[in-house]
Design a binder for this molecule. Sequence first.
Ligand SMILES: Nc1nc2c(ncn2[C@@H]2O[C@H](COP(=O)(O)OP(=O)(O)O)[C@@H](O)[C@H]2O)c(=O)[nH]1
Ligand SMILES: [Mg+2]
Length: 200
Amino acid sequence: MTTINYHNARFITSAAEVHQLPQQSGREVALVGRSNAGKSSALNRLTGQKKLARTSKLPGRTRLINLFQVAEQAYLVDLPGYGYAEVPDSVKKIWQQTLMSYLHQRRQLQGVVLLMDCRHPLKPLDQQMIQWAVSRPLPLLIVLTKKDKLTQSAYQKQEYSVRQALLAFKGDIEIMGFSALKGWGVEWLQQQLDRWLLNQ
Ligand SMILES: Nc1nc2c(ncn2[C@@H]2O[C@H](COP(=O)(O)OP(=O)(O)O)[C@@H](O)[C@H]2O)c(=O)[nH]1
Ligand SMILES: [Mg+2]
């Protein structure tokens, strides 16, 4: 079975709007999540490249759609983070519009990875992302990040309550724990991405 070497990832381009993205023929997987969920850290860990996705708390740096190529016909798409408290509502609306049109329209999209801090419950904007993905329909992988911050039993409890909340969506949704700090879950995540990107 073919596998992708995610360490070969390279940045292709950034776009403010969906229609500015290149119309290549390859397959894409999107990464979404609240600001501070650990999306950049996960992308850096996945690719073994510390600076690929800038680990930054500044909203200005992460408001673009970033396209990374990981194999000949395979791409990862880092979508703008959401839930920034300090961003004006008008700007939040534009970002949500971008997320919605990407998730609804992007033909290359095969699956969505939603990252969330394992210490937090599903928030309304997370639920909105899930709703958009499920309605298309697209398969979803929920990655519960920063697993190293909780004891095993506290983590299990959190995962259980997220699972309960996900029952409402009736979609193709999987859930896994992850730690960029410890490297936990990296291989599992790579396997899931391979499945979508290589159509396995
Ligand atoms: N302990 C721990 N901290 C993490 C982990 N992943 C991210 N963080 C921290 O969480 C904060 C937000 O991470 P970042 O990747 O920038 O989140 P983003 O806004 O979703 O891109 C940073 O301070 C990271 O160092 C993890 O697996 N374990
Ligand atoms: Mg980031």
